[in-house]
Design a protein around this ligand. Structure first.
Ligand code: CP
Length: 320
């Protein structure tokens, strides 16, 4: 494969290969010198039309650990604010020799357009498009679940994963539903009826409106940020009502099985979907997810761009 646009495009074998490769990459990160020479001489462009903290920094760290040259492009402060199109922006990057473009865009479908347009010759990696998909987030979430629930390289068959909150606007939820079910997990979505997407009955998951009934049977509970920048008042109960019915506080977390984990992709609205007590508890993997994201993004770029390099299974022979 040349691009990573959607978690729905990944077969179980593809997903397991990325997760296993990320385990190898995590071992590189544990070494005193955290670099492989795999992408030396290659150029990765981070093309961000929408704000990001974790994803942009994580792709940059991952590309640098693989020795790539990294160019960071933010639409704010660029000629996009003068009206330059995606096509002309892409042609400019192509003229500078981009081997991979990591794109975050407010429009669902922008990474697909970039990958199929012929404007650029390199690989396209979706870093989050509108309300559509965020495949590397789902991969790092699955990686975190495998480590916490299945001993690292085990599988997620039969694991019960609950995703809670603003499903309607969430590219993280959609990518996780696709990837986790491909990996054999059982996914339940919990949300207020106004924040459930039309057509959800065609998704390979259950839908519930009763968080208390579901948390007690969950191996992982993934809380989503309420994306108020994408909604109007009609979507939303009051903040207090939302937190009471769909938020995770210490009392609700105590009803989860002892081994179960709390996840959040970030950024969090502390006090809304998750209390500070839960966010800061050892059961919450939010910070660990960020660490794991670097290994996942190294694996994705290695597999898309580094095909002819020495085998990952001998990283000690490829260190610099
Ligand atoms: N999880 C995530 O995508 O965070 P950022 O928006 O900070 O990249």
């Amino acid at each position: 494969k040349r691009h990573l646009i959607s978690a729905a495009d990944l077969s179980r074998d593809d997903a397991v290969l990325i997760l296993d490769t990320a385990e190898e990459m995590a071992r590189v990160a544990d070494r005193p010198i955290k670099k492989l020479p795999t992408l030396r001489g290659r150029t990765v462009v981070n093309l961000f039309f929408e704000d990001s903290t974790r994803t942009r920094i994580s792709f940059e760290a991952a590309a640098k650990r693989l020795s790539a040259d990294v160019i960071n492009f933010s639409a704010k402060g660029s000629s996009v604010s003068k009206g330059e199109s995606l096509k002309d922006t892409a042609l400019t990057l192509e003229a500078m020799g981009a081997d991979a473009v990591v794109i975050r865009h407010h429009d669902s479908g922008a990474p697909h357009r970039l990958a199929t347009s012929g404007w650029i010759g390199g690989s396209v990696i979706n870093a989050g498009d509108g309300t559509h998909e965020h495949p590397t987030q789902a991969l790092l979430d699955a990686f975190t679940m495998r480590r916490r629930l299945a001993g690292g390289e085990g599988d997620l068959n039969g694991r019960r994963i609950t995703i809670v909150g603003d499903i309607l606007h969430s590219r993280v939820a959609r990518s996780n539903v696709h990837l986790l079910t491909t990996l054999g997990a059982e996914v339940t979505l919990v949300a207020p009826p106004t924040l459930v997407p039309v057509g959800v009955e065609t998704w390979p998951c259950e839908v519930s409106y009763d968080l208390d009934a579901v948390v007690a049977k969950s191996d992982a509970v993934m809380m989503l940020r309420v994306q108020r920048e994408r909604m109007n008042a009609a979507f939303f109960p009051t903040e207090r009502e939302y937190a009471r019915r769909y938020g995770l506080d210490g009392e609700r977390m105590a009803r989860m099985p002892g081994h179960a984990i709390v996840m959040h992709p970030g950024p969090m609205n502390r006090g809304m979907e998750i209390t500070a007590e839960v966010a800061d508890s050892p059961r919450c993997t939010a910070v660990e997810q960020v660490t794991n994201g670097v290994s996942i993004r190294m694996a994705v770029m290695y597999l898309l761009l580094g095909g002819n390099e020495p085998a990952l299974s001998t990283p000690s022979t490829t260190s610099t």
